[in-house]
Design a binder for this molecule. Structure first.
Ligand code: ADP
Length: 453
């Protein structure tokens, strides 16, 4: 089935609603018109019967004509009122003889209009009594239709009925045009999304009108989403390229060492050196691959990292002890740990603490200090690692959490530039965040907050 455009559907709905609205309005107008008519109808009835009564009283010839049935039917028609004349016995003696049922109804002189139904239609009639010169009573009965029928009235307003279809066609045309204009931004959004899909160019953006309406806001939100996607894709590309680069170096070293071993190593001692170098590069690659895998697994959630209720105080104390043993510089590591337990993944929390203390030792100054603190604030556990080492420059500080980011100064050291990125990811995995404050030459303070439950 052919797809009906949104523009067409909206115009159709618009026209339908307008049609219903017009019909309701028309019926309402007719009703109001009818009720206003009622008073007019009763007045006409009163006037016509009263006029007949007066004429009977004052016009002798007329009286005689009535008695002898000489008057034509039209003489008994006043406006829309039909007149019937009855004698005192209630016999129909003159006037229109159209409604035998009406003749059955007893004449009265109450003068009040009465509503009755004849041939399925409503009528008002009223009786007025008068007296002839000879002393005979006569009754004049006037009758008038109680309401104008709606269809008749509507057809009498043929102009409205003729204008209505024209109005609806115009409404449909106008609706179609206006909807088209309103939906233009939607077409833009679709076109841009299509261009991105077919060309893969994530730098394209939807043009915004800036008028702040819902569609403009939608376009802005989609643009912001494209910004985020573009940023993420770029970071992903950068990450892949950095990872390949980091892996290429040890692979090149391994290949070069192997070639040297085959071609030039003459002694067992030289071969052992080659093997040792290959092993060192192998460890480096294995460490890097382990970290890369960890990033991917945390991101994709493919690896299940179970959380258990953990004594953070004991965990951090144990890491501090280990780090003291392997510290290469003469740096004092002190702990100030409040008793805190949290529902965490032990392996991750150990890695996080090791990375922070390792950095503090690596970039710390000889005879300096590293202070490790643990406290809690509301439902968060707070880990702080402070040192009085090299500090981080203002330009580097915003980037230290990026994967493979290393300040120029620290390129000569052993790290890979992944430690802090992992710290941040672990903190986020535990519903928290990682922050750093630092002043170049004075030291740094890293704070990690993680949710306890
Ligand atoms: P790396 O393996 O280079 O240590 P990280 O991700 O752990 O990678 O750290 C990124 C960069 O942040 C480091 O290269 C270093 O420049 C800086 N940095 C991290 N910790 C400290 C610290 N305690 N003192 C000074 N600089 C630091």
């Amino acid at each position: 089935m052919k797809r009906i455009s949104l523009k067409f559907k909206l115009s159709l709905w618009f026209t339908l609603i307008l049609t219903i609205f017009c019909v309701i309005m028309l019926i309402l107008v007719m009703r109001i018109y009818q009720s206003a008519d009622r008073n007019l109808i009763l007045q006409t009835l009163e006037n016509a019967t009263e006029a007949t009564v007066s004429k009977i009283r004052s016009d002798k010839k007329y009286r005689e004509d009535i008695m002898f049935g000489k008057l034509a039917d039209r003489e008994f028609l006043y406006d829309d009122v039909q007149i019937m004349i009855y004698n005192e016995k209630g016999e129909h003696i003159a006037g229109l003889f159209l409604y035998p049922e009406l003749d059955e109804l007893k004449v009265s002189s109450s003068d009040e209009p009465v509503l009755t139904q004849l041939d399925g239609r409503n009528y008002y009639f009223c009786d007025k009594k008068t007296r002839t010169v000879r002393g005979n009573d006569l009754y004049v009965r006037g009758i008038i239709a109680a309401e104008k029928d709606l269809i008749g009235s509507m057809s009498s307003h043929g102009a409205i009925l003729a204008v209505l279809p024209v109005l609806l066609i115009l409404a449909f045309g106008g609706g179609y045009f206006i909807t088209g204009r309103f939906l233009k931004p939607v077409r833009n959004i679709r076109r841009t999304a299509e261009e991105i899909r077919s060309g893969g160019d994530l730098s394209k953006r939807i043009g915004t009108s800036g008028n702040g309406d819902e569609l403009d806001e939608l376009a802005k939100t989609i643009n912001a989403m494209f910004d985020k996607l573009e940023g993420d894709f770029d970071a992903q590309k950068q990450f892949t390229s950095n990872a390949s680069h980091e892996l290429r170096t040890p692979v090149s070293v391994i290949l070069a060492q192997c070639e040297y071993g085959f071609d030039h190593a003459d002694s067992a001692e030289e071969l052992l050196q080659v093997i040792s170098s290959v092993q060192e590069q192998g460890y480096k690659m294995s460490g890097l691959i382990k970290l890369l895998l960890m990033f991917t697994r945390i991101e994709q959630g493919t690896e299940h990292y179970p959380k258990t209720e953990t004594d953070l105080t004991a965990l951090i104390r144990s890491v501090c002890e280990d780090m003291r043993i392997i510290a290469e510089k003469d740096i004092t590591v002190t702990e100030q740990l409040e008793p805190v337990t949290a529902n965490v993944n032990r392996e991750m929390l150990t890695l996080l603490t090791v990375n922070l203390i390792q950095n503090a030792l690596r970039y710390g100054r000889e005879n300096g200090f590293v202070k490790v603190k643990l406290s809690e604030s509301e439902d968060m556990a707070v880990i702080t690692v402070e040192d009085n080492g090299a500090g981080i420059s203002e330009e580097d500080l915003p980037h230290i959490w990026e994967r493979f980011y290393r300040s120029d100064r620290s390129r000569s050291s052993k790290g890979l530039g992944l430690g802090l990125a992992l710290v941040k990811q672990i903190a986020e995995f535990h519903g928290g965040l990682a922050e750093a404050e630092s002043e170049e030459g004075k030291g740094s303070c890293f704070t990690v907050r993680i949710r306890k439950t």
